[in-house]
Design a protein around this ligand. Structure first.
Ligand code: NAP
Length: 598
């Protein structure tokens, strides 16, 4: 029977709510704060590059860019293109890559097609090896970008910014670091990342565990053996617990099953695992590509994510099939709202049934298969794509520990669920990152002090306020790379937003330099207008989101707490194309409308 024919909306809703309620338990989003937690502070250490001693740097520069991830690198090279010479990138990591520096767990790869995810393919004349690139290939590509644009010599790695304050008299940012550096900079760019704070759940007793434990974003290859893309060699007699079943876990579980004596997967909520279909890039991929192809391909993907009709589907994957279909349910002029919503539910149900059927087809043990089936609407969690994860549950050395309400406690020997002790040698916390909505000041990890001594933390205490989500009144010469909860837009393919943000920063600085300006600030009234536009476009989706399984997308089951000021330009995820047109029009006009320049 096809999914639509078996669709009983009330039964489905009830089932989804029952499953939601099993997970809506007190304390489900409690974390151990790695910024302040003495016991787990070591989880943040860099296992990949040994730190080296160096003298503090005391100097004047043109720009400090915080973050050597994709956004920071793109911003830095655009600042160079705008004519700035001394551009210092600062990062706590031992090298470039941001999320791709830290996330080197086995099996890591991008979940958006590599031809649109890896930036600057045309400029670097590079074609990724596969449809979905490995983390290592992405990291090396970002490294190649940094080398090409000469961004490495001045970069300060293994260096954390401890404070940044605007000095009105000097018209400069005074930036200090944990290496004793004192940088005096004309411009300050925050590119601190959206997945930069590891989330470590607060599970009772976890500090007592006597085996090895680490977060997936600091993979301990010393312990597991092997390396990115190479089999792990030291796990053959070891039992490994993986906590979490999100995007990171589904990628690292299959290689763990191939290497370890035993793998126990602790699942709170099953992910929806769509078809991946990775494949080598066809040898003729370059044929017929004309200049501008990457932007066109990104646009084609983005149009589909926003539910726009396109005459061809360049990416042709789970995002464009499923995500696009859910974003764009059937709509006819004569439909009532109820008919439209019902149509949307039907599309969603059919797609989720396809995912549940896939589990049943692949996983042999019916009880395990049932536990792995996702019962919620498709957009309640970021969908996952993989072709080996589900099949890994047929291996003899894996067990699924289903724990919708979480893990009771962790003892010296391992996790306890429903009173049963699981003994393991190693625990991998594949528990993700603090949500993208985490306030910018927390993600930045240092105080940013503006014109009148006000910190960004104080300024945004009631929610964001900005112009274009990138410039803030009272914080002259500061740019913030666009991201979620910041009054810009959200894109499934983050790269496209980073490219746009970097180009905006570079071109704005080029205008300022052409005018011989020493500083700019956003006019208060203009910022207020932008912010009220964001608030006005906010659609209160809390009724629909409240029915979702708790996740980062519905504020862990508290969608009513979502702050309209932290919304996007345009409804929902935001209107990327409208936003880009607006920014490009503003830049083309060249009069820096809304900025006070001196
Ligand atoms: P995630 O999607 O947030 O998954 C975290 C997992 O840990 C979830 O399964 C979560 O369960 C579980 N968890 C959290 N606290 C727990 C607790 N106390 N007890 C038991 N389980 C707990 O994190 P992620 O997989 O690292 O991915 C984060 C984001 O990074 C993704 O949304 C994606 O945007 C990005 N990402 C992308 C890629 C890629 O492109 N390949 C790879 C990795 C990550 P619940 O679901 O119940 O909360």
């Amino acid at each position: 029977m096809d999914a639509a024919a078996s669709y009983d909306p009330e039964a489905v809703k009830e089932k989804y709510l029952r499953e939601r309620d099993r997970r809506l338990v007190p304390g489900r989003s409690d974390i151990r704060d790695l910024a302040t937690d003495d016991h787990f502070a070591r989880y943040r250490d860099d296992p990949f590059t040994p730190p080296t001693e160096r003298e503090p740097v005391v100097e004047e520069v043109d720009a400090v860019v915080v973050g050597a991830g994709m956004a920071g690198l793109l911003a830095a090279l655009q600042l160079r293109a705008a004519g700035l010479e001394r551009v210092r990138i600062v990062d706590t990591a031992g090298g470039v890559g941001g999320t791709w520096y830290w996330n080197r767990y086995p099996g890591v790869m991008c979940d958006v097609e590599s031809y649109i995810y890896l930036p600057m393919l045309e400029e670097l004349d590079y074609v990724p090896k596969d449809r979905y690139a490995s983390g290592e290939e992405i990291r090396l590509h970002l490294q190649a970008i940094a080398e090409r644009y000469d961004l490495l010599d001045d970069a300060l790695f293994h260096t954390g910014v401890t404070g940044a304050a605007w000095d009105d008299a000097a018209a400069r940012w005074q930036v200090s670091t944990d290496r004793g550096d004192r940088l005096s900079s004309r411009y300050y760019v925050l590119a601190v990342g959206i997945l930069n704070l590891m989330k470590l759940p607060a599970i009772p007793g976890m500090e007592r565990f006597e085996g090895r434990s680490f977060h997936s974003a600091r993979w301990d290859y010393d312990y597991t053996g092997g390396g990115p893309g190479e089999p792990m060699t030291r796990l053959a007699d070891r039992s490994v617990a993986v906590i979490g079943t999100g995007a990171s876990a589904i990628q690292c579980v299959p290689p763990l099953v191939a290497a370890a004596r035993e793998v126990l997967v602790f699942q709170r909520t099953p992910s929806a695992i769509g078809v991946r279909g990775n494949a080598p890039t066809p040898p003729d991929f370059r044929d017929g590509l004309s200049p501008g192809w990457q932007r066109d391909r990104m646009d084609n993907f983005q149009a589909q994510m926003l539910g726009r009709r396109v005459d061809r589907d360049d990416t042709d994957d789970g995002w464009t099939h499923h995500y696009a279909a859910v974003q764009n349910p059937p709509r006819r002029k004569d439909m009532t709202i109820e008919e439209y919503l019902r149509g949307a539910e039907e599309v969603d149900f059919a797609i989720m049934e396809e995912h549940r059927d896939r589990v049943a087809e692949v996983v042999h043990d019916p009880a395990v298969a049932e536990a792995l089936k996702p019962y919620y609407r498709y957009l309640c969690k970021r969908p996952c794509f993989h072709d080996e994860y589900l099949g890994a549950f047929n291996a003899p050395n894996i067990a699924l520990v289903d724990c919708p309400a979480g893990i009771d406690e962790i003892t010296e020997r391992g996790p306890v669920v429903d009173g049963r002790q699981y003994e393991v040698d190693c625990i991998v916390y594949a528990t993700g990152f603090e949500p993208e909505m985490t306030p910018l000041a927390r993600r930045a990890g240092h105080e940013i002090v503006g014109r009148d001594g006000t910190t960004l933390r104080e300024r945004w205490a009631e929610g964001a306020s900005s112009l274009f989500g990138m410039m803030i009144h009272g914080f002259p010469n500061l740019f913030v790379m666009p991201g979620p909860a910041q009054q810009s837009v959200v894109t499934v393919n983050y790269t496209q937003l980073a490219v746009l943000g970097a180009s905006f920063v570079g071109r704005t600085v080029a205008h300022l330099e052409a005018q011989g300006a020493s500083a700019f600030d956003v006019e208060a009234a203009v910022e207020a207008e932008w912010t009220s536009g964001i608030v006005g476009a906010f659609v209160d989706g809390s009724r629909v989101l409240a029915a979702c399984t708790p996740s980062r997308i519905n504020n862990e089951g508290r969608p009513e707490d979502m702050n309209p000021r932290n919304g996007n330009y345009g409804r929902g995820l935001g209107d990327f194309f409208g936003y880009r047109d607006l920014l490009e029009g503003w830049l083309d006009a060249g009069d820096l409308d809304g900025l006070e320049v001196w």
